[in-house]
Ligand binder design. Sequence first.
Ligand SMILES: C[S@@+](CC[C@H](N)C(=O)[O-])C[C@H]1O[C@@H](n2cnc3c(N)ncnc32)[C@H](O)[C@@H]1O
Length: 374
Amino acid sequence: MQAIGRPGRALPERVLVAGCGSGVEAVILRRRLPQAEIVAVDFSARSITVARRLERAAGSARPIRFLVADLTSPELARQTGGDFDLITCHGVLSYIPKPDQALRSLAACLRPDGALYLGVNGEASPAARLRPWLAGFGFALDELKNERRLRELLRLWDSLHDDELGELATMSVSYLASDVCGSHFKNWPLARWRAEANRGGWEVAGTDLLPTALLLTIARENYRPLFPLWNGEVAARLDQIRPVGFHRMMLRKAKAGELDLAFASKPGQRLRWTGFYSVRFRPTASRRAVKALLNCPTFRLRFEWTLTPPQAAALRSLVASGVSSAGWMTTWRRSAVARRTLWLWCGLGVVAVESATNPAPGTPAPVRRSKKFN
Ligand SMILES: C[S@@+](CC[C@H](N)C(=O)[O-])C[C@H]1O[C@@H](n2cnc3c(N)ncnc32)[C@H](O)[C@@H]1O
């Protein structure tokens, strides 16, 4: 999250948990970010009471500020104090009538260099098939009325399914009420979520599946029709080929972090070594080629890249300093192959673009920090 959403920045200082439910996410974040100010909001007063109880039981040193607030309200920034550098919104926008309104008010809560993590349902969500099936039994879906009957039907469903979600019949009532029943339900492809986000002033900087999906296209250079589309669009096009049940994406303010492949119009643009990968170099029989072995535990990816000696030297310097120096991009400007390499590395999460309009203040943060947070 840190590497894709806020390359090179220090750990977030102000975090908003948008739609915090019973508070688990906020309490986990408190453990990860003991120094951060954390504000957690939900429009359900009952959820906020449960969340406060959870926080007391967890005994965190620095309190979390829990608030009853509506994400779609234009007053959200004022109510929460705004100025957040990280917002997380997991499993919320799929269940609200107008997610674009929430995306707009969340955008108003963010610092220009901040990032939004969004977790929303995808087209392949089990509920997309499950709901029409339940309706076929005459089961009303707008609210959870008959829990016993629902669990009975779900046991039948589970007996033939091995869903990523596990046994649906054993899920909590609140899960069944929101994820199976409920009047607003959005199991959208990434392209639809992206369009909605774009309207609110956001752009997708990366998703959890983009590196894996992109790597599958690299064999025999099948990725070529995607070049030079940028990460958000690439992720959306790949999701159309192989839809997922849940999207985990990082969003930034529109266009921040897009690689300028002409290397011309954004002279201040720099690249960051994300810290997701480790790299080892291996000489080859030819003096004109060096192999770089890239290994990423986060995405469970491992691949080899053939580089020219100047490219290998440039990569070494990037890994050592964490950020591209002045003139670094000239190595990649030289050929179409080199430009495509850099573009692919952005999609694979090897490097991330530091926005030219929002250069990181002061000394660059050590890359180690981003590793700790991802
Ligand atoms: C499925 S829960 C997810 C909770 C938490 N983010 C998690 O991952 O555990 C969805 C939460 O979003 C809240 N919610 C839905 N619409 C909201 C809105 N417009 N404003 C604030 N909270 C909202 C619900 O009350 C519920 O607690």
